[in-house]
Design a protein around this ligand. Structure first.
Ligand code: KG4
Ligand code: ZN
Length: 353
């Protein structure tokens, strides 16, 4: 069975065709990176206009590169939450129009759950239940995942998401947008112990996250408090920091502070999930979202899970960041349960279970 998936929650216009929940026939991603890079972050109005311009072409390309015709499609899946509401509305309107005119079901998908499903599209045998960490530009949360569609939220960020912190620190360091890949790459030339930035663990046993204090610590380290006030912003470095080596050291030290907290809390969540009373036990760890591409996060988590002999699942790079294959893939599991949405389906900006 073929499902066409649509993803427009942020700054990628993506449409995919997936067969029976696991086999990707096409996954077209039109990135808006160049449009947003001069602003150092996603500008919602620009994102919406760009989705409008490309959605029809991307749908056509997804169908033709899958080598199918429109009549082969059994359902339309769409990410209707969470994300930028105006951006979601573009994909949602396209999805409703297709479902109505072809008279096939519409399926509503959570962008977050889809990120954690992505690994199923990488030819890996995934066995549930799992402990899941989603680390993206908008979210940093831990879940107990009972099966493809059943999630319990264990903790989330109280302020900035991990990806947002990467992007903002890259801006402070004058590295450009999106910052995550740039920090990941420059950190390879840096000393991760050069600066001891704070790790925010919050209260004992908490599975919540907070990265805004760390971001401020980097800002003050680079500018000094008075330098920052004088410059009234963070658009590249002031005179305090100059050499490339120094920038690489700060990037690597910042990255290490983020990764330490992500890894420690994920392991704590896994341990909690593997010994909780009446719940089924977690059998492994899965990560998803743009920051799951981070080489240091993958390496450090691998190290930890190997010590515990626990499986770790992470998607291929293109399936970590926003894509529609994860939307169409997860929708299959809703299709087989006859879990369809009405044409009155709404765009929901924040995460709901
Ligand atoms: O999941 P995603 O594509 O979009 C959202 O749903 O937000 O994630 C985008 C985020 C951006 O903040 C980007 O800087 C970050 O993922 N990112 C990375 C890496 N690649 C992308 N962060 C750290 N290391 C990377 N290699
Ligand atoms: Zn995402």
């Amino acid at each position: 069975m073929l499902i066409l998936g649509i993803e427009t929650t942020c700054d990628e216009t993506s449409v995919a065709v997936v067969e029976d929940g696991y086999k990707i026939l096409s996954n077209i991603i039109a990135s808006q990176e160049t449009l947003h890079s001069e602003f150092g972050g996603v500008v919602p109005e620009i994102a919406c206009r760009a989705h409008m311009e490309s959605i029809i072409t991307v749908i056509d390309r997804a169908v033709s590169s899958a080598g199918i015709s429109f009549s082969d499609i059994s359902a339309i899946a769409v990410a209707n939450s969470p994300g930028l509401v105006g951006a979601i509305l573009i994909g949602l309107t396209a999805a409703k129009s297709l479902a109505m005119s072809w008279d096939i079901p519409l399926i509503a998908i959570s962008h977050i759950h889809a990120h954690l499903y992505s690994v199923n599209l990488c030819n890996k045998k995934v066995s549930y239940p799992l402990t899941g960490l989603i680390v993206s530009g908008g979210h940093t949360s831990l879940f107990f995942i009972e099966d493809e569609l059943t999630y319990s939220l264990l903790g989330g960020t109280l302020d900035d998401a991990a990806g947002e912190a990467f992007d903002k620190v890259a801006k402070i360091l004058g590295l450009g947008y999106p910052g995550g890949p740039k920090i990941d790459s420059i950190s390879k030339d840096g000393d991760r112990n050069a600066v001891r930035f704070p790790r925010s663990y919050l209260s004992k046993g908490s599975l919540d996250f907070s990265f805004s204090g760390l971001k401020t610590a980097v800002l003050y380290h680079c500018y000094g408090v008075t330098g920052f006030v004088k410059n009234k912003g963070c658009t590249g470095l002031d005179t305090n920091v100059k050499s490339e080596k120094e920038i690489a050291d700060i990037a690597a030290s910042f990255q290490e502070a983020v990764i330490d907290v992500l890894v420690d809390k994920t392991i704590s969540a896994f341990k909690l999930n593997s010994c909780t009373g009446n719940k089924r036990s977690s059998e492994g760890i899965v990560i998803g979202g743009g920051v799951a591409r981070n080489s240091r996060l993958q390496a450090k988590l691998k190290e930890k899970v190997e010590e515990m002999a626990v499986p770790l699942y992470y998607p291929t790079p293109v399936l970590c960041t926003d894509n529609a294959a994860m939307i169409a893939g997860l929708a299959y599991h809703k299709f087989v349960r006859n879990d369809f949405a009405a044409l009155s389906l709404e765009a929901i900006p924040s995460y709901t279970l």
